[in-house]
Design a binder for this molecule. Structure first.
Ligand code: FES
Length: 277
């Protein structure tokens, strides 16, 4: 065998090996993801897969594909020795020892394996056993049952709630949840002695600051960040400032032991968010 076919045959073997390695590395990436083998294993396998594909394609283009000699200018049909010799060469040279169809098949297999492996991380968007991300964003630790407790964990009784100031409350057992802070306050109504207890999310619906300032004479809470004002006599609707949504209400009741308990989640997702736009 002459030197050129031998060189092409060796190149074909190298390219095949590269595509097979890419296929195996793509499958290994999927396996590593499935068994949670860690970021390093994932990075190594996917890098090997893409690196092998890149090597195979590069070697194919450099060593097997024809180069040059095919520019044809439109001239009078004269005899051109260069084209004539290429034509003769085309008809007389030995066929390539490399089966390009098998190379294409291996390349397709490697590409399919890697493409399928790259679909696996989509599973991370919906981790098994956990609520879907959108559902999780819409839920807070409040539900039917938790007692309302102060920031130092003390259960709240109705007698602790006054008309003078708001009292920050959290769900018992979930003092750290960022979307759970709420406040209770007693809002006097027309003809009502002592007023009724209202509970709302503490997070401003504009940008999430605590609505910390309470004006007892008007029953309005003010957000100090951009001066949104919410009217607790009108379902905590915003009456000034940039906030566009009312403060979400927290349904509450007094239990048999005389403590305030939540009877459900906020009436809408607390704080700012895409759901309000
Ligand atoms: S965060 Fe409350 S008004 Fe902007």
């Amino acid at each position: 065998m002459s030197a050129e076919p031998l060189r092409q045959r060796q190149a074909g073997i190298r390219i095949r090996i590269a595509f097979i390695v890419a296929t195996l590395a793509g499958a290994a990436f999927a396996v590593c993801y499935a068994v949670d083998a860690g970021e390093q294993a994932l990075g190594l396998t996917i890098a090997l897969a893409f690196g092998s594909i890149a090597y195979g394609l590069g070697a194919w283009a450099r060593l097997l594909l024809p180069t040059g000699g095919y520019v044809q200018s439109r001239e009078p049909s004269l005899r051109r020795p260069r084209e004539e010799s290429l034509l003769i060469q085309e008809f007389t040279e030995e066929p390539s020892p490399v089966n390009r169809r098998s190379l294409l098949g291996l390349l397709g297999l490697a590409g399919t394996t890697i493409g399928a492996a790259l679909l696996f991380p989509l599973r991370s968007l919906y981790p098994p056993g956990q609520p879907a991300p959108l559902t999780e964003l819409r839920q807070t630790p409040w539900r039917f049952g938790p007692r309302l407790v102060t920031t130092d964990g003390q259960p709240v009784r109705p007698t602790m709630v006054t008309t003078e100031a708001t009292l920050t409350v959290l769900p018992e057992g979930n003092l750290e949840a960022g979307d759970a802070p709420a406040f209770v306050v007693r809002v006097p109504g027309p003809g009502q002695d002592g007023g009724t207890i209202h509970a709302y999310s503490l997070l401003c619906t504009h940008a999430g600051c605590p609505v910390a300032l309470y004006e007892s004479t008007t029953a309005r809470v003010l957000c100090p960040c951009h001066q949104s004002v919410f009217d607790l006599r009108d379902a905590a609707k915003p009456i000034a400032g940039p906030a566009a949504r009312p403060l979400p209400a927290l349904p509450i009741a007094v239990d048999a032991d005389g403590f305030l308990r939540a009877t459900g989640d906020f009436t809408s997702p607390p704080g700012p968010g895409f759901w309000g736009r």
